[in-house]
Ligand binder design. Structure first.
Ligand SMILES: *Cc1c(COP(=O)(O)O)cnc(C)c1O
Length: 363
């Protein structure tokens, strides 16, 4: 048997007729950018998340960049973020010259709130909370710290569409929340896409202007902006998928529950879920000190795996200018050497799941 890491085509085939109908509807409408599909999706997604406003954008990275710009975070400012974040998180912070200040992750692979306060100084403006691998972070504690020190919270929900903390969806805790709809995300379209959710009307208006050349009224440019619009056709696809998102997340959970209950190998540490938090299982990430051997063994048995992510941002060449040396974030670096994502996708068969479990248990 061969088990791929992901099979995106399953996602299309499961709701094929709905997507095809939607594609034709948009193609035949004669309106392709910033129209009724985007507006409807924004309303439906805001409602799903539990936010007042949603603005569709061209990507998750754009959402992050525009979030920090909206909050006027720039050169001289510092933003606290977990060391094991995805590189796009850091690029969002640094686009206007702000400095990322790294905090080590906790045992749930999320920001360790106990280590935030020691990094706060007079330049600190915000905390970027990345709900990594699908699991909600400890928003009780993080919101308390942000409130005490008057810091903004930006949430990166690119991997956690629908995850909850204290029964409330991520994307509703901070000042601004950023989403990606890249095809492999839980709520993915068939190309690039992103969005911001917020409860703040002024931010919503500024973001709508920023995404369209800094223009609220056609050909009148109030500020310098971007071209970061969500296409009508992608918004249409996202409306179709949003109707099925809870079912998609449930199926992913049922696969991961089998992994959690049936993988029994003391060389492997399984993921843990924080009390009061849920995961939408964007990824199933194990930790093992024998990772290279395990990857080889799985490959020999035709099972694909991926590392999310092998090089933490502070050790990337792109960020050598931060001057953070190897060894300064030991937990982040240890995670980088131990983590491994197992195959996980909608439409994965029981036989495929059992095969992965058996091979891992025999390792
Ligand atoms: C995918 C992702 C992004 C970037 O989204 P794009 O749409 O690819 O630009 C940002 N943050 C996290 C945590 C992601 O997983």
């Amino acid at each position: 048997m061969k088990v791929c890491f992901n099979k995106l085509k399953n996602q299309f085939e499961k709701y094929q007729e709905e997507y095809e109908n939607k594609a034709l509807e948009v193609l035949r409408s004669g309106w392709y950018v910033l129209g009724k599909e985007v507006e409807s999706f924004e309303n439906e997604f805001a409602k799903y998340i539990g936010s007042n406003y949603c603005v569709g954008l061209a990507s998750g990275l754009d959402a992050l960049k525009i979030a920090f710009e909206t909050l006027d975070i720039k050169e001289g400012d510092e933003v606290i973020v977990q060391g094991n974040a995805y590189i796009a998180c850091i690029m969002g912070i640094t686009v206007k010259g702000a400095k990322p200040v790294f905090v080590e992750p906790d045992e749930y692979n999320n920001l360790d709130y106990t280590k935030i306060e020691e990094k706060i100084n007079k330049n600190t403006k915000a905390i970027l909370v990345v709900h990594l691998y699908g699991q909600a972070s400890n928003m009780d504690k993080i919101c308390e710290i942000a409130k005490k020190h008057k810091l903004y919270i930006v949430e990166d929900c690119a991997q956690s569409h629908g995850a909850k903390f204290n029964n409330k969806k991520v994307g509703t805790f901070g000042d601004i929340a950023c989403f990606s709809f890249y095809p492999s995300k839980n709520l993915g379209c068939f190309g690039d896409g992103g969005a911001i959710t917020t409860n703040n009307k002024d931010y919503c208006e500024k973001i709508k202007i920023l995404r369209n050349y800094g223009s609220g009224i056609r050909y009148v440019n109030e500020i310098e902006g971007y071209n970061s619009r969500l296409d009508e056709i992608q918004a249409g696809f996202l409306r179709v998928k949003l109707n099925h998102l809870d079912e998609i997340n449930k199926e992913r959970e049922s696969i991961c529950l089998r992994y959690l209950n049936e993988i029994k190998n003391n060389k492997i540490k399984l993921p843990k879920i924080l009390d009061n938090a849920t995961s939408v299982w964007h990824l199933f990430v194990i930790h093992t000190s024998e990772r290279e051997k395990l990857i080889e063994y799985l490959k020999l048995n035709n099972i694909d795996t991926v590392i999310h992510y092998p090089i933490p941002p502070h050790l990337q060449k792109a960020y050598s200018k931060l001057n953070i040396l190897k060894g300064q974030l030991p937990i982040t670096e240890k995670f980088g050497n131990e983590i491994l994502s197992l195959p996980l996708y909608n439409g994965m068969t029981n036989e495929e799941i059992s095969y992965v479990i058996d091979v891992i248990n025999n390792f």
